[in-house]
Unconditional design. Structure first.
Length: 393
């Protein structure tokens, strides 16, 4: 199967210094940033530095923030009033986890493959409020997975918080069916979109999720410290903000009166890096210009080719589902030692790849699984180099 990179993505590749030196398969952790994104940060930083308090300067920066909010909303098929802009995915998870009026005996359902960012906030809630944690298994058999999930739902389940795309296997969870099961019992659902936003199509209306958290610094190629939270309009008042401050309010008085904003901006407060948020918007504008269908089409072809090639290598065990509509831009595998039959430690495999200037990743609490995360800047030569080095190993 031939793999031809569209010219627009070849041009993007040339704007990424990191990929000139390395084969970069680490986007699911931290993406490299195109020159035009970095230049946008610099441009707006210089503009802001003209004098943040000067007439027109701060107002212009706030206008850029709102432009970014509108682009995020368009990418998710949401309303701008439902978008809170923050620093990363975990901020959004904390807003939800600490915005619920917990009672002892309540429970929250997570999957057993969650990132620490979607574990530790809930562990904290469990310790503080006597809330029970329930873990539903991530299985390739979706029917069995949904049955296991349904068994964990009950009248004391206050929220479900699961990844849209599993970071360990790249599997796209059957979240629409999970949401339907939860909603049938009146339970809201939070989707961790760290590995899905920019990697697979996301339509929060079609998914019908109550909350969706996301980062800009992964597949969007935006600066570190960008991301946010979608809160469905009817859930905004349902959450009770635990952290608010200047900018959260619609109005306040000097004797204790307070009215919060009536949209998701009530969860934003204080000083933030407005140049970074403007560059987040610039990155999203690039994807709008290219077209999301073009992005997802190339990712589908690339990861399909990668999975097929890995399966041809002796000793490789693929952990990612083959159909792209059940997977993503993440491909994980294990490598079996042909002499001992044991799986080679993932740290050993990644160190060997790093010597060949190929960046892959290991996963904490998982000593044998190697994760490859692709993006549209990866080309056929990247794939060929990976396969050559793995074959040698």
């Amino acid at each position: 199967m031939s793999l031809v990179q569209p010219a627009v993505f070849a041009q993007l590749r040339r704007s990424l210094p990191a990929v000139q030196e390395y084969v970069y398969f680490q986007t699911s952790g931290f993406s490299p940033k195109p020159d035009f994104v970095i230049e946008e940060v610099v441009r707006w930083s210089r503009f802001y530095n003209r004098g943040p308090a000067l007439p027109g300067v701060y107002a212009t920066m706030l206008a850029q923030l709102e432009a970014t909010r509108a682009r995020v909303a368009a990418a998710l098929n949401a309303d701008p009033a439902e978008i809170m802009l923050g620093e990363n995915t975990t901020v959004g998870i904390n807003i939800v986890a600490n915005g619920i009026d917990w009672q002892p005996g309540d429970n929250v359902i997570l999957s057993d493959h969650e990132h620490p960012g979607n574990r530790i906030p809930w562990y904290n809630v469990a310790q503080r409020y006597g809330v029970a944690l329930r873990f539903t298994p991530v299985l390739h058999d979706e029917t069995q997975m949904l049955e296991e999930f349904a068994r964990r739902l009950d009248a004391r389940t206050r929220v479900v918080s699961v990844s849209h795309v599993c970071r360990r296997t790249g599997q796209r969870l059957p979240v629409r069916a999970m949401i339907a099961l939860a909603h049938a019992q009146g339970v809201p659902v939070l989707l961790d979109g760290a590995q899905s936003f920019g990697s697979v199509p996301v339509d929060v209306r079609a998914l019908d999720c109550d909350f969706y958290t996301f980062s800009g610094h992964k597949y969007i190629l935006a600066p570190q410290g960008t991301g946010g939270l979608y809160v469905r309009r009817d859930r905004i008042d349902w959450l009770r903000p635990s952290w608010i401050g200047s900018h959260s309010q619609q109005e306040f008085t000097l004797d204790g009166g307070l009215t919060l904003r009536d949209d998701a901006r009530r969860f934003e407060f204080g000083t933030r890096s407005l140049p970074d948020q403007a560059a987040f918007g610039r990155a999203l504008a690039y994807w709008e210009e290219v077209g999301w269908n073009c992005v997802f089409g190339y990712l589908t072809a690339y990861t399909d080719r990668l999975k097929a090639a890995l399966m041809e290598l002796p000793g490789v065990v693929l952990d990612t589902p083959l159909p792209y509509d059940r997977s993503s831009a993440i491909v994980t595998f294990r490598l079996r030692d042909r002499v001992t039959g044991d799986f080679v430690p993932s740290a050993t495999v990644c160190a060997y790849l790093a010597e060949a200037r190929i960046l892959a990743s290991t996963l904490e609490k998982d000593a044998t699984r190697v994760r490859i995360s692709t993006h549209v800047f990866n080309d056929a030569e990247d794939l060929a180099r990976l396969l050559r080095v793995l074959a040698a190993l």
